[in-house]
Design a binder for this molecule. Structure first.
Ligand code: SF4
Ligand code: SF4
Length: 441
């Protein structure tokens, strides 16, 4: 918390009433809540232009009735903008031209509707793009301000962001630090792989600029981690070289995500050559786990592993990632700049995966009337009957439903009685047992 600067960044007189050295002692979670609260205290005249003030007055006076969700929390992946400074070779997310960024009016309507859902108390907003740092921090200051205006006392709201951190500005660094936010970075492994696909609009690789972005985050003492997409190339990389590279650039918190095939390819048709099956992904994670456990566990944090270790040691622990939540079809949504809602990004391109506009309907209705969402819900309900006999079901809950659908569609001989994660969990348990026995002997 060194050098936290809410008094400068939050531009509110209230902060001058707080002692800066006291602020540094506040726990991260409390600090984030407090900084959001302080943003909510900024007067509308100091934050909004005249048109935005009018929009806000209309929205705050609008009485709306919203149906409850079949969920305990809601994760909102907010595609604040589709504009992007990169042109990653596999990406269909970026867009150019007008109307690619969420307007203040749409933002106000969405925040109002989301925070009016009667039975949800926890809301996790993920700022996503395109590239969110192409927008000014003021955009997100207004977003937090709106959250504070529409939140109820029992609500717990979190914000995090996903960025390529290429060209992250000083203004952004100060803002992120000011609000105490965690940054998720997108990275595709070692430079030889990353630079062949995560390229800018001139086709130049970006690994050096990502490393520079990481250096800046570290210099500002901003918490961050990276998401590494695992395809065939990453799968085949020398794992030690990859982990050494992450350590070299100061990246010591990573998660792995398996690549998504083109969702439009039907069963039996040829699939993209970079795709790896879920079984291969689990085999990759297992190899990484063994190396990590023996050589890297004091140098690099891999929450996927530490969460499983904790949950095996302390049964009943709730795992954080969506994959093991059993109800993501009701708990995770993506919102486009125009207010349209869809499931998580893994379903991009899947038939009927657009739920409709949140501007014209409420979320519970959109989910209930979507054939795609109802199929996903049935899939989640069925999994219990199909997989409950598995020793590891209490932990994995059948894993990611998208992976199950893709396995069934493309993997010859796929059995519906195990999602595949059990093989990794068995290895983790074996290593924990060995350690326990060594301690006891
Ligand atoms: S940075 Fe993200 S949104 Fe931009 S092109 Fe790459 S994957 Fe797509
Ligand atoms: S489909 Fe998979 S990746 Fe998407 S929210 Fe559900 S568990 Fe997470």
């Amino acid at each position: 918390m060194n050098g936290i600067i809410p008094t400068i960044q939050l531009e509110t007189n209230l902060t001058s009433m707080l002692n800066a050295s006291e602020l540094e002692k506040i726990a991260t979670q409390d600090y984030r809540q407090m900084s959001a609260y302080l943003i909510g205290q900024i007067s509308e005249r100091d934050l909004l232009d005249t048109e935005e003030q009018n929009i806000f007055h209309i929205e705050i006076q609008r009485e709306i009735t919203v149906q409850p969700l079949i969920a305990k929390k809601l994760v909102i992946v907010l595609k604040a903008t589709r504009l992007c400074n990169l042109r990653c070779t596999y990406c269909h997310s970026w867009a150019e031209g007008p109307n690619q960024t969420m307007s203040f009016e749409i933002m106000a309507i969405i925040i109002h509707k989301i925070l009016s859902i009667p039975n949800i108390k926890r809301f996790e907003f993920v700022w996503h793009g395109g590239e969110v740092t192409l927008l000014k921090p003021l955009f997100f200051q207004k977003l937090i301000w709106l959250q504070q205006k529409f939140k109820k006392p029992e609500h717990h709201i979190t914000n995090s962001m996903q960025s390529n951190v290429v060209n992250i500005s000083d203004d952004w660094l100060s803002f992120i630090k000011g609000i105490g936010m965690h940054v998720g970075i997108s990275l595709d492994g070692v430079p030889a792989i990353h630079d062949s696909r995560r390229v800018d609009y001139r086709g130049r690789g970006t690994s050096q600029r990502v490393a520079l972005g990481i250096e800046k985050l570290k210099r500002h003492n901003i918490p961050f981690g990276a998401l590494i997409v695992v395809d065939k190339q990453v799968y085949k990389t020398d794992h030690r070289k990859m982990l050494d590279y992450f350590i070299k650039i100061g990246l010591n918190n990573i998660e792995f995500l398996n690549i998504v095939p083109d969702n439009r390819i039907p069963s039996g048709d040829k699939i993209d050559s970079s795709y790896i099956t879920y079984a291969d992904f689990i085999s990759f994670l297992t190899q990484i786990f063994i190396i990590w456990w023996n050589e890297y566990r004091t140098k690099i944090v891999i929450p996927q592993f530490s969460d499983f270790i904790h949950a095996i040691k302390f049964p009943g622990t709730q795992l954080a990632a969506c994959y093991w939540s059993e109800n993501c079809s009701q708990e995770v949504i993506t919102i486009e700049p125009n207010g349209n809602v869809s499931p998580c990004d893994k379903y991009v391109g899947d038939a009927n995966s657009q739920y409709g506009s949140l501007l014209k309907n409420d979320l519970a209705n959109l989910l209930a009337n979507s054939r795609h969402n109802q199929t996903a819900r049935r899939e989640e309900q069925d999994v219990f009957n199909k997989m409950r006999q598995c020793r590891w079901f209490y932990l994995c809950q059948g894993g990611c439903p998208h992976d199950r659908v893709i396995n069934r569609r493309h993997v010859v001989g796929y059995q519906d009685d195990c999602c595949g994660t059990g093989k990794l969990l068995a290895v983790i348990a074996e290593f924990l047992d060995k350690e326990q026995n060594t301690v006891l002997s």
